[in-house]
Design a protein around this ligand. Structure first.
Ligand SMILES: [Zn+2]
Length: 344
C-alpha cells in the first residue's frame, strides 16, 4: 500500500514538475537522498572534463544539483532541496560537510579557463533564481576550492585549504562582474581561526587577492545597466528538442515549447506561459498567480492536514508576517501557528 502511495505521489510530482523540466540526467540517487537541513551557500564547481562524460558521472553518483554546459543548457541532477554529494571534505566557518548546507552547481569547463558568455549568463540566471529562493546574498556564492580542505599528508603536515582549485575562476572579479555578483567572501574564516593553514598560496591570491587571469578576456563585455532581461533574451539557452533530448532542465526555466513529447497535450492549455515563472514573494503576487489561501496552521490543525502530501512542494506557499516561503524550502521545525498555506 505504501509503495502504491509513493508511486501515486511521485507521478503527481512528475506531472507538476515535468512541464518545464527534462530529466535526461536526473540522478537515480534522488530517492535515497535526504532533505538538506539548510541552505547557506551556493557552491560553484568546474567539471574539468567535457560535458558528456561529466553529465553521466554526475548523474550516476548524484554529485550536484545542477550542471550547466557550454551552450548554456541547465540540467537538473539532484532535486534542489536534497543533499547532493558535491563538496567532499569541506569546511566553512568551522562547519564541516558543506553538502548539508549548500546547493552545488557544476559548470562544464576548467578552473582557470575562459567560459563562453552564453554559459556564464545561464549560470548567472540560475544563481539569481537560487539566491532569491534561499534568500542568499552575493558573497554566499562561493567556489568549491573555497570550501574544500585537505587532510594532513606527506607534503602538508596540517589540515589545509587548497585541496583543489575547482571553480576558482568564479572568485575572479572579472567573472563575478558577468555573473552580476557584487561581492565575494573577504577572508577565509577557517584560516583566520587557525582551523586550517594555507596549502595553496596562488589559490589564496585568486580567492581573496587581486589575481585575475581572465580580466582581459572579459574586459570588453558590456553589461546592461538595469535589468538583465535584455541580455537574457538575447542569450536564452538553446531550446530543447525531441531530437536531442537535451535542453532546459528545471521547472522554473523557460518552457512552453520544451515539453517532452510524452506530455499529453491537454496538460498544456493554450494559455501562453511567461518565459520566466517568477517566485511569488508577496501575498499580492501569490493571488495574481492564482494561489488561494487554503487554511491557517492552528494548534489543532497541522500543515499536512491542510496541504496533505503537498505540504513541502514548490507550488505550495507558506505566509507569515508578510513573508512568503515556498514549501520545498520550509524547515518543518519552523512551521508555526498562524502560518497561511496557499495552493492552486
Ligand atoms: Zn568541485
Amino acid at each position: 500500500m505504501r509503495a502504491v502511495c509513493a508511486l501515486i505521489l511521485s507521478l503527481l510530482c512528475l506531472e507538476a514538475f515535468a512541464v518545464d523540466a527534462s530529466d535526461r540526467y536526473r540522478s537515480p540517487r534522488n530517492p535515497e537522498r535526504k532533505i538538506r537541513p539548510s541552505t547557506e551557500l551556493i557552491v560553484l564547481h568546474t567539471t574539468e572534463a567535457p560535458a558528456k562524460s561529466s553529465l553521466a558521472k554526475l548523474s550516476e553518483r548524484g554529485e550536484c544539483h545542477y550542471c550547466v554546459t557550454e551552450d548554456g543548457t541547465i540540467y537538473r541532477i539532484v532535486d534542489r532541496d536534497k543533499e547532493a554529494f558535491h563538496a567532499g571534505r569541506s569546511m566553512w566557518n568551522g562547519k564541516e560537510d558543506i553538502d548539508k548546507y549548500s546547493i552545488g552547481i557544476e559548470c562544464v569547463g576548467y578552473h582557470d579557463k575562459e567560459m563562453s558568455l552564453i554559459q556564464l549568463y545561464a549560470i548567472r540566471d540560475l544563481v539569481k533564481d537560487l539566491k532569491a529562493m534561499y534568500r542568499l546574498t552575493d558573497d554566499k556564492v562561493v567556489t568549491h576550492s573555497q570550501v574544500a580542505y585537505g587532510a594532513p599528508n606527506k607534503w602538508q603536515k596540517k589540515k589545509h585549504r587548497g585541496r583543489k582549485r575547482c571553480g576558482m575562476l568564479f572568485a575572479m572579479p572579472s567573472v563575478r562582474r558577468i555573473l552580476e555578483l557584487k561581492t565575494r567572501m573577504a577572508i577565509d574564516p577557517d584560516v583566520r581561526a587557525k582551523r586550517l593553514v594555507v596549502g595553496d598560496p596562488y589559490l589564496e591570491k585568486v580567492l581573496y587577492g587581486k589575481t585575475d587571469t581572465l580580466r582581459s578576456a572579459y574586459a570588453n563585455v558590456r553589461l546592461p545597466k538595469s535589468s538583465s532581461s535584455a541580455v537574457a533574451a538575447q542569450t536564452k539557452p538553446r531550446a530543447p528538442s525531441a531530437s536531442t533530448g537535451g535542453g532546459i532542465m528545471d521547472w522554473f526555466r523557460p518552457s512552453a515549447s520544451s515539453a517532452p513529447p510524452s506530455q499529453p497535450a491537454k496538460q498544456q492549455p493554450a494559455r501562453p506561459r511567461p518565459a520566466f515563472k517568477s517566485i511569488p514573494s508577496t501575498i499580492a503576487e501569490l493571488k495574481a498567480q492564482g494561489y488561494t489561501l487554503r487554511g491557517k496552521v492552528t494548534p489543532g490543525c497541522t500543515a499536512s492536514q491542510i496541504a496533505g502530501a503537498r505540504w513541502n512542494r514548490a507550488d505550495t506557499y507558506y505566509t507569515i508576517r508578510n513573508k512568503v516561503i515556498p514549501g520545498n524550502t520550509i524547515n518543518p521545525a519552523k512551521i508555526e501557528v498562524d502560518m497561511g498555506i496557499w495552493m492552486k
